[in-house]
Write a protein that binds this ligand. Structure first.
Ligand code: IMP
Length: 423
């Protein structure tokens, strides 16, 4: 079975937690796009792991893979492996595989990302991890690949071709080009390359072979649908394609092999960074979502912007991804609100829309149209099954399911593994 899982909103929907929960049914869990701009928090008992690159399935028996469509900072990956080792979890090459063609994030990508973002009049709010510039180089065919960094001579060969261009780009933006050919940094990358060398694999081959053998494969998306570089709210997006179809092209597996596409949907909405968020709240309810939901970016620590559930955006996510089911997360965060609102449409230039306009500047001009439902006070974090939810919470979930037209398969009421149940 081949399942693809993506975030239906702007990222931070709780994908890591759901992957962690599902991974026991999968032989392989594969990251297919993005880099260490992503962040997921996985809580197991007392232990909390904050990860950026290693797919969430690593805690269970599944083998985890980093696909060639990702951009990889080898230092961040090595730090994650060390962190897990300190917690008693050994990440061997039998456990983790990295595709030979994965693009490497070089120090100059990070430098360029920072310089470009500070020179922008209207900011995107990037994570400054060099993601966009690593993808530019992939498309321009100027990338450094995973296979290039394991020997000093191959890395130097590659850099001698690329350095003049990178140095002049950094100089043009007013930065210090010294990072491009910094000897210590190059040697450090070669050390990292040698250390990560044993993990190198061919992800497309592994995935297709596993499917041929009747094994189960889970493709784990990073970020969220509306941060997609083609279909999102440009320019306030990331630099990769975050939607389900991208799993096929980025991993190298045919669309005919996909069995299920699971959308992770937060019971409200958050966004970190700039860009439109029609239901954004600046009132007490927004503060409630922020405080109770602990809405801070895992990667940057920035406070996330919070708003009510936005149906038009989720409907678009359903079209873009073809979801066969949905996991609804963080329903517990809504406890304590007198009433809960869901945005069922937008008002734009005197017209009611039930689907977002395509152009970002028009999304930014939309005013939400709300449906109000009664709230509930009960703490949901100990609820173990759907029927034990208070009536108002059940009605909220059922109404969302009805409006989305896609079955809610999981409901989550807290960060722990035991705080998720089937609907
Ligand atoms: P970049 O991916 O660092 O280039 O940032 C582009 C935009 O995507 C910014 O608004 C970031 O805040 C946002 N972004 C990137 N990764 C994530 C994520 O994992 N969760 C939520 N937002 C993200």
């Amino acid at each position: 079975m081949f399942t693809i899982l993506t975030g239906a909103q702007f990222g931070d929907e709780g994908k890591g937690k759901i992957v962690d929960l599902m991974a026991k049914h999968y032989d392989l869990v594969v990251r297919f796009q993005g880099g260490d701009n992503a962040g997921h928090t996985v809580t197991v008992g007392e232990d909390v792991y904050k990860l950026h690159l290693i797919p969430s399935g690593f805690l269970l028996d599944s083998r985890v893979l980093i696909g060639p469509g990702t951009v990889l900072n080898p230092e961040v990956l090595a730090d994650e492996i060390d962190m897990l080792e300190k917690g008693g979890i050994t990440v061997t090459p039998e456990k983790l595989g990295i595709d030979a063609k994965t693009s490497i994030i070089m120090p100059y990508h990070i430098e360029l990302d920072g310089l470009r973002e500070s020179s922008r009049k209207e900011k995107i709010g990037t994570t400054k991890r060099g993601i966009g510039f690593a993808y530019i180089d992939k498309i321009a065919r100027d990338e450094v690949q995973m296979a290039d960094i394991s020997s000093e001579s191959s890395l130097l060969d590659r850099l001698s071709e690329l350095a003049p261009q990178k140095e002049s780009a950094i100089k043009d933006m007013g930065g210090d080009p010294g990072c491009v050919m910094d000897e210590a940094a190059i040697l450090h990358y070669v050390e990292l390359g040698k250390r990560l060398g044993p993990y190198i694999t061919d992800v497309s081959y592994e995935v297709n072979k596993a499917l041929d053998e009747g094994k189960n494969v889970l493709a784990e998306g990073a970020q969220g649908t509306h941060l997609d570089v083609i279909h999102g709210t440009q320019k306030f997006v990331t630099s990769s394609s975050t939607i389900a179809g991208s799993a096929c092209s980025n991993i190298g597996v045919g669309p005919t092999r996909v069995d299920e596409v699971l959308g992770i949907v937060k019971a409200y909405i958050t966004r970190v960074g700039e860009g439109p968020l029609p239901t954004e709240l600046a009132d007490e309810a927004g503060q409630h979502l922020h405080d109770v939901g602990q809405e801070y970016g895992t990667t940057t620590g920035r406070p996330r912007r919070c708003g009510w559930f936005d149906l038009p955006l989720v409907k678009k996510a359903i079209y873009l991804n073809g979801y066969t089911g949905v996991a609804l997360t963080k329903v517990d965060v809504l406890s304590g609100l007198r009433s809960v609102r869901m945005c069922t449409g937008y008002l734009l230039d005197g017209r009611i829309l039930d689907y977002p306009p395509e152009i970002t500047s028009e999304v930014a001009r939309c005013t939400p149209v709300y449906e109000d439902l009664p709230g509930w006070d009960d703490d949901l974090t100990n609820v173990k099954e759907f029927n034990d939810l208070p009536e108002a919470a059940r009605k909220y979930v059922i109404r969302l399911e009805e409006l989305m037209g896609v079955p809610v398969e999981y409901v989550s009421v807290g960060p722990g593994r035991e705080q998720t149940f089937r609907k």
